[in-house]
Design a protein around this ligand. Structure first.
Ligand SMILES: Cc1cc2nc3c(=O)[nH]c(=O)nc-3n(C[C@H](O)[C@H](O)[C@H](O)COP(=O)(O)O)c2cc1C
Ligand code: SF4
Length: 706
């Protein structure tokens, strides 16, 4: 009997027969050409998604008017007929693999990345959304910088209705099966519908009826332009999660009004961007937390419903479909992490799915927030066509990989798939590296999903692994090439007094391994216990994780960081949620229950002196205060480069990656490890910058290999 009968049951949306219940939720991959036309990367990405077997693929935010609003700097545009040929190629690439496809039309309004001035919105206001792709600040989570926007005139509103309808017509001409309107997350249509955002006093603001006028006018105009049988889907936020915002009761009313207007399917999402936790689910958010919304809406309408957010596991998705909680399941980031999700489930290999861990470091922090094209921290092939063309080698190399963290394991995985012969050396008794610290941090168990996925891959591929083994230069000389993936370690910065009292954070969040199949029986490891009052000194992920753990077990924690803002290099949505939790502010969809005590944060400060049971903290004005603490934990980290330097001096072929290069995040470690695996070829050449060359023109390769 088929394991997932409900997932693979066809369904009708309007006149579309969709082969299964799995929807690719719209995801702006910000990979179009600079003018907004479809790029080769767009085609590559969506073709892989279609190969994966999604029944319905909704292409991400596509603007009907680039001049007044693009949500990301290289988001798709459909405001001229010149965009039709590219869109047609995109539709064809997906149809080839049996998917139905739609484009999501979206005007970002106040949340635009382009333009920067004279920005259209529902009303005049100044606001700050430092976690939004449309915000000016990159990599600085400062909230103080405001963005001015202005109210659209009535004429502009009416013109916008036409622009949406014209764009929908182009989508139809290009061969798409449907169009979706983005009415969620605080973008333009959402802004009009939201009682929280919309402060207009004309016929487009105020009452429920007035707030619904703009979206309903767009639906009617599309129906007129494209015909009533061209399905129009709508995505809106069932709960806005802000005081005064829409809640589920009004959302039921919204559903009824849209159904009456002939909308073909309702795709439920969450939040406006003032409540980013709810819309951008960080790692702490559990699978299925939004299911209550489609259950409620299904009580009042019969039009098909799609539910989404943190759906990862095919068994869970099958269950919610079987229980009738939703008609279709929508996946977004999961597809960036593994576009082959449906086919792996269909062929009975769900354990091979690389489940998205909701870290957001690839798809948000390093991509859309940094104004770049899409990436995924755990899937190096996301948006990178080089991995699609991966080839087997004709000349296997003996590769030593020192360090069994994510960079090392990913390098070993790709190298092995390509036919090379890596050996992974790991000085501890277990593969996993820095990820394993996350086992102790409340609600970071998704990190284990990835550690386990990699460890199973390493096992299934038969990679040689030497645990409890730190090789020296002599041993490594036997290999053709060495990868230094030894990561980073904590250290104690210069300080007066008893520096040896400082505890490395690695010892505090070390997992004691009650039961773990990857940890050898009989090897006993304990984490270091600390006193009641703890000072955590440092920043970045080491500090946020350590603090989250200590606070959750009831310690009285103070953070001292030299930075202007704590955690500014941590992914922004996670930072938002942590800040709320540390300050015990209950202003996000999931509240701060795991944290028993508030966490004190001292920025622009450092430790000046450590005494017996107390420390002296100094701020940037050189003011000093004495505080009573039982233990001090350092979270200052630096790369492990000693072995790398020794190998260079001994003349070995060696490459340095991940945190061993510079402490950053998972996205950097995995990508660099994977690119190393990809760069290995039948010959070994390094350029003067010590980078491996594998893609030289044949004649140059010949010249240099002689
Ligand atoms: C990189 C990125 C781009 C996104 N682009 C869109 C978009 O264009 N339209 C939209 O409705 N939602 C967009 N979202 C939100 C997702 O569709 C989805 O609602 C959210 O990521 C939570 O679901 P998930 O856990 O399945 O990813 C985007 C999310 C990410 C991470
Ligand atoms: S970067 Fe992280 S959150 Fe984004 S898709 Fe990849 S695993 Fe998921």
């Amino acid at each position: 009997m088929e394991r997932y009968p409900n997932l693979f049951k066809p369904i009708r949306i309007g006149n579309m027969e969709i082969p299964n219940r799995i929807v690719h939720e719209p995801t702006d991959i910000s990979s179009s050409n600079a003018d907004g036309s479809v790029s080769e990367r767009d085609i590559y990405h969506h073709r892989e998604v279609a190969k994966g077997g999604f029944g319905l693929i909704i292409v991400g935010a596509t603007t009907p008017d680039a001049k007044t609003g693009r949500p990301t700097v290289t988001g798709l545009v459909a405001d001229g007929d010149n965009f039709i040929p590219g869109l047609a190629r995109l539709a064809e690439a997906m149809h080839q693999y049996g998917a139905k496809c739609a484009v999501q039309l979206m005007h970002p309004g106040r949340q635009c990345a382009i333009p920067r001035h004279n920005i259209m919105s529902t009303n005049d206001t100044v606001f700050t959304l430092p976690w939004s792709a449309g915000h000016e600040i990159v990599y600085e989570n400062a909230e103080e910088k405001g963005k001015e926007v202005r109210a659209m005139t009535t004429e502009e509103v009416l013109d916008m209705v036409d622009l949406f309808a014209e764009a929908a017509w182009r989508i139809q001409q290009a061969g798409f099966d449907a169009v979706q309107l983005h009415a969620a997350h605080g973008y333009l249509i959402s802004g009009f519908m939201s009682p929280f955002i919309n402060r207009r006093n004309d016929r487009f603001g105020g009452s429920f009826e007035n707030r619904m006028r703009f979206p309903l006018a767009i639906v009617a105009q599309i129906q007129q332009k494209c015909g009533r049988d061209f399905p129009v889907l709508i995505r809106y936020s069932a709960d806005e999660w802000v005081p005064g915002g829409r809640e589920i009761e009004e959302s039921k009313q919204v559903a009824q009004v849209f159904e009456e207007a002939g909308v073909a399917a309702l795709d439920l999402s969450m939040c406006v961007q003032e409540s980013p936790g709810a819309g951008f689910d960080p790692m702490q958010y559990p699978e299925g937390w939004t299911m209550y919304a489609s259950e409620a809406v299904k009580e009042v309408v019969s039009v098909p419903g799609i539910n989404s957010h943190t759906l990862r596991d095919p068994d869970y998705c099958e269950q919610v479909l079987a229980e009738g909680k939703t008609d279709m399941v929508g996946l977004a980031r999961q597809i960036l992490a593994d576009p082959y999700w449906p086919v792996k489930a269909r062929l009975g290999k769900p354990e091979k799915i690389r489940k998205c861990i909701s870290c957001r470091t690839g798809c948000w922090q390093e991509s859309l927030m940094a104004k770049k094209e899409i990436a995924c921290a755990i899937n190096p092939a996301c948006g990178d066509m080089r991995f699609a063309d991966m080839e087997k080698t004709n000349h296997p190399l003996r590769v030593a990989i020192v360090g069994g963290g994510p960079a090392g394991m990913e390098a070993a995985r790709i190298a092995t798939v390509r036919g090379h012969q890596p050996t992974v050396f790991e000085k501890t008794e277990e593969l996993g590296g820095a990820i394993l610290g996350c086992c102790m941090v409340p609600d970071k168990d998704k990190m284990r999903w990835y550690a386990d996925w990699l460890r199973y891959e390493i096992r299934d591929l038969g990679v040689e692994v030497k645990l409890g083994h730190a090789p020296g230069v002599e041993e490594l000389k036997a290999y053709d090439i060495v990868l230094n993936a030894t990561g980073a370690s904590s250290y104690v910065p210069q300080v007066h007094g008893l520096a040896d009292r400082v505890i490395p954070f690695e010892e505090v969040i070390a997992c004691p391994k009650v039961n773990c199949e990857f940890y050898p029986a009989g090897v006993d490891r304990k984490n270091r216990k600390v006193g009641e009052r703890v000072l955590v000194w440092g920043d970045h992920y080491a500090a946020t994780d350590t603090v989250a753990f200590l606070a959750a077990i009831g310690k009285d924690v103070t953070i001292v960081t030299e930075q202007r803002e704590f955690g500014a290099t941590v992914e922004v949505i996670h930072m938002y949620v942590l800040r709320k939790r540390f300050s015990q502010t209950d202003a996000e969809a999931l509240h701060s229950k795991p944290y028993k005590y508030p966490v004190k944060v001292l920025t622009d400060s450092t430790l000046y002196e450590i005494g017996e049971g107390e420390v002296v903290i100094q701020d940037k004005e050189f003011n000093r205060v004495t505080a009573e603490v039982h233990d001090i934990v350092t979270c200052h980290t630096r790369p492990n480069q000693e072995l790398f330097r020794e190998m260079r001096e001994a003349g070995l072929n060696v490459v340095n990656v991940g945190d061993a290069l510079r402490p950053r995040n998972l996205n950097a470690a995995v990508k660099e490890g994977a690119l190393f695996g990809l760069s290995l070829d039948d010959y070994l050449l390094f350029n003067p910058n010590n980078a491996v060359l594998n893609d030289l023109p044949l004649d140059v390769k010949g010249q240099l290999s002689v």
